[in-house]
Design a protein around this ligand. Structure first.
Ligand code: C2O
Ligand code: CU
Ligand code: CU
Length: 456
């Protein structure tokens, strides 16, 4: 007994003696939450082949970054590519210096160099990340990943699954075909020929039976536009581009490049049931992937689909708002391919200006100068026969109206403009900095359809 007590005491004493270091090592914060390394990595997209992917951390799908609303996210980025890059956090209302736009918000991250991204995510939802340099190649060869910001109070879903869409341009031996063809860049964009979801062709995503499921869809492709349908399966749209909406039945939802869609659904009561997810083309339903039920979670009926809490986005004051007009147009100038093999085409313009590319610190003037804190209405006119998902960095805007469809106003970071569509959006210019404003069809942005606005 005595002996034991002595041993306990001395152990306590030892623990106490060690405690300064112990508590130091326990309380010391790691300098980052994630390390992301950009690197080339051969991986099998098609079975029994290998494709020269550009990856984050040597993997595809890229690591899913998870954080919580209102918390600081720190990402140590290492560039092991033989070319410069930056990482952009699509849809996050962050500090301009962390937005990952070369020359505009940071110098390019050189081969072998590192950059620490550190920012807080004020909004919860489904976001994504990708480079903002050499985008046709870097995104086209695999550098796209999901960024999930969890709600402060996690909504009560039984399962939370995601489907990230990314098509590839591959020959049958796995080698890449040219990622961009001028005649397609000048139209809807060059499409892939191998469709994948979460890096696999037509995968089945396991979900519990008799459960309430959150399904996050992310269009991380360079060019493809989806018309999402679940066929006969009832589902509810609960968020569009990360921003919660009053739950509404899903019919067909157009998902342009860069856009996301959160659905809530109840899975059938039995295991082994397939729930196909379709891309609807006219009357034709093309399956892109499916959910497949595993063992039922319960015997009774699943709980109701939670309503997501609104994000803290300011309401624009339309009575005081100043209006700016933007026309997206076809310029049509096609210049020959230069000696370095790069095509310097400028097909597209915003207000008659084509973005000439981000090759130096010598940037053009902003498309608009806005005053911090004021409300603005942007009138958008797509004067082309092609769809354009128009994206604004660093802000969330409200879609007010369209001359093509009835709009129930909703918040988003990307608006898909149909051919010849006119739409009005509004927002409070509450985030200072220079924010890119571009079409997210990667070839369109690279051939003119890009610019930026400045808020100060
Ligand atoms: Cu996904 Cu310039 O953005
Ligand atoms: Cu963005
Ligand atoms: Cu476009």
């Amino acid at each position: 007994m005595k002996r034991r007590r002595f041993l306990q005491r001395s152990l306590q004493a030892a623990a106490l003696a060690a405690s300064p270091q112990l508590s130091l090592s326990l309380s010391r914060q790691p300098e980052h939450d994630y390390i992301l390394t950009a690197e080339e990595q051969p991986l099998p997209v098609l079975p029994d082949t290998s494709s020269a992917l550009l990856t984050f951390n040597g993997q595809f799908p890229a690591p899913v970054i998870r954080t919580r609303q209102g918390e600081k996210l720190r990402i140590h980025f290492i560039n092991k590519l033989p070319q410069e890059t930056t990482i952009h956090w699509h849809g996050i209302r962050l500090d301009n210096a962390m937005d990952g736009v070369p020359y505009l918000t940071q110098p390019p991250v050189k081969p072998g160099a590192t950059f620490d991204y550190e920012f807080t995510c004020p909004d919860a939802g489904t976001f994504w990340y990708h480079p903002h340099m050499h985008s046709i190649e870097q995104l086209g060869r695999g550098m796209v990943g999901a960024l999930i910001v969890e709600e402060r109070n996690k909504p009560a879903f039984d399962a939370d699954v995601m489907a990230g869409f990314k098509d590839w341009r591959l020959n049958s031996d796995g080698s890449f075909m040219p990622l961009s063809e001028p005649r397609h860049a000048a139209r809807a964009g060059t499409l892939g020929n191998v469709a994948t979801v979460n890096g696999r062709q037509l995968p089945e995503i396991a979900v519990p039976a008799n459960a309430t499921v959150r399904l996050r869809l992310l269009n991380m492709d360079n060019s493809r536009q989806f018309a999402i349908s679940l066929g006969d399966t009832p589902a509810r749209v609960i968020a569009i581009d990360a921003m919660p909406v009053p739950p509404q039945a899903l019919e067909v939802h157009d998902l342009g490049v860069g856009m996301r869609l959160d659905l809530g659904l109840h899975t059938p009561a039995e295991a082994g049931v397939e729930i196909p997810i379709y891309d609807r083309k006219g009357r034709f339903l093309q399956k892109v992937c499916s959910l497949r039920t595993t063992a039922p979670l319960r015997s009774g009926s699943p709980p109701p689909i939670p309503v997501l809490p609104a994000n803290p986005v300011s309401e624009p004051d339309l009575s005081q708002a100043e209006t700016h007009r933007f026309v997206f147009e076809w310029a049509g100038a096609m210049t020959p391919v230069s000696k370095d093999g790069h095509a310097h085409h400028e097909f597209w313009t915003i207000n008659r200006r084509a973005w000439a590319g981000m090759h130096s610190a010598n940037l053009p003037e902003p498309l608009a100068e806005l005053s911090l804190g004021k409300s603005y209405i942007f009138e958008l006119h797509n004067a082309t026969p092609h769809g354009h998902p128009i994206h604004l960095h660093g802000l969330i805007f409200k879609v007010l109206s369209s001359d093509r469809k009835t709009i129930t106003p909703f918040f988003t970071d990307t608006i898909l403009l149909e051919k010849n569509e006119r739409a009005r959006i509004a927002f409070v210019a509450d985030n200072p900095g220079s924010w890119m404003y571009h079409c997210h069809v990667i070839e369109h942005m690279k051939t003119g359809l890009m610019g930026y606005i400045r808020i100060s």
